[in-house]
Write a protein that binds this ligand. Structure first.
Ligand SMILES: NC(=O)c1ccc[n+]([C@@H]2O[C@H](COP(=O)([O-])OP(=O)(O)OC[C@H]3O[C@@H](n4cnc5c(N)ncnc54)[C@H](OP(=O)(O)O)[C@@H]3O)[C@@H](O)[C@H]2O)c1
Length: 187
């Protein structure tokens, strides 16, 4: 049995850790979408790609014409949908089965980073199983109307890492009057 790999979480949250509303994101922030795409696509070894693991509800929130998200192996967790394995898309009905699959060949060699892209159920499961080694969090300095949150994370327990090598780089950005900050936390 191969050792189970660790994963990285990428999430955007408001001041109260709200992450979703009516099955979608509560905000539309292009700069955060670009950060998400760039970060989850980035590989050190150009012969590899990354996996993005998500819950069925997160998958359904992605517009049809953009699915599967390009340049990454899309892995969807669902107990209600049939399992399938295609080149760019996997549906699997159990979290541990999914982690064992991605920790075994051929994925073990082909996949550089396993990104957990949510939603709340899938983030929480990975945290509870202690399978997360880093969290990339967009902290949005605004309160939104949300119905899904990830308020269980106590950031005071984690070390904040530099996002980039340049220590002086500010990770705070603004879009349409909304301030948000890209942060990286070591778990
Ligand atoms: N702000 C952000 O960064 C961010 C990121 C992602 C998502 N979101 C938002 O979060 C919301 C969705 O989050 P959510 O927590 O409601 O749903 P979710 O985590 O996206 O999906 C939940 C679904 O995943 C499947 N699932 C969960 N645990 C499983 C397991 N152990 N094995 C197999 N399948 C499993 C089940 O699908 P079945 O019912 O098919 O069995 C379950 O209904 C949306 O509003 C979305 O826009 C926000």
């Amino acid at each position: 049995m191969n050792p189970v790999r660790k994963m990285k979480i990428i999430v955007a949250m408001d001041v109260d850790a709200g992450i979703g509303k009516n099955g979608n994101l509560p905000w539309a922030l292009k700069k955060d979408m670009k950060f998400f795409a760039d970060t989850t696509k980035h590989v050190m070894d150009s012969t590899k790609r990354n996996a993005i693991v998500m819950g069925r509800k997160c998958w359904e929130s992605i517009p049809e014409k953009r699915k599967p998200l390009p340049g990454r192996l899309n892995v969807v967790l669902s107990r209600s949908q049939p399992e399938k394995i295609e080149d760019n898309l996997i549906f699997v009905n159990d979290f541990d089965k999914m982690m064992n699959l991605l920790s075994s060949e051929p994925y073990k060699s082909q996949i550089e980073t396993i990104w957990n892209i949510g939603g709340a159920e899938i983030y929480q499961m990975a945290l509870d199983k202690e399978l997360v080694n880093e969290m990339y969090v967009t902290h949005i300095y605004k309160k939104y109307d949300t119905d899904v949150s990830l308020s269980t994370i106590d950031f005071s327990k984690y070390e904040r890492l530099k996002l980039q090598d340049d220590e002086n780089t500010s990770n705070v950005v603004e879009e349409n009057g909304v301030r948000f900050e890209f942060c990286r936390w070591k778990v």
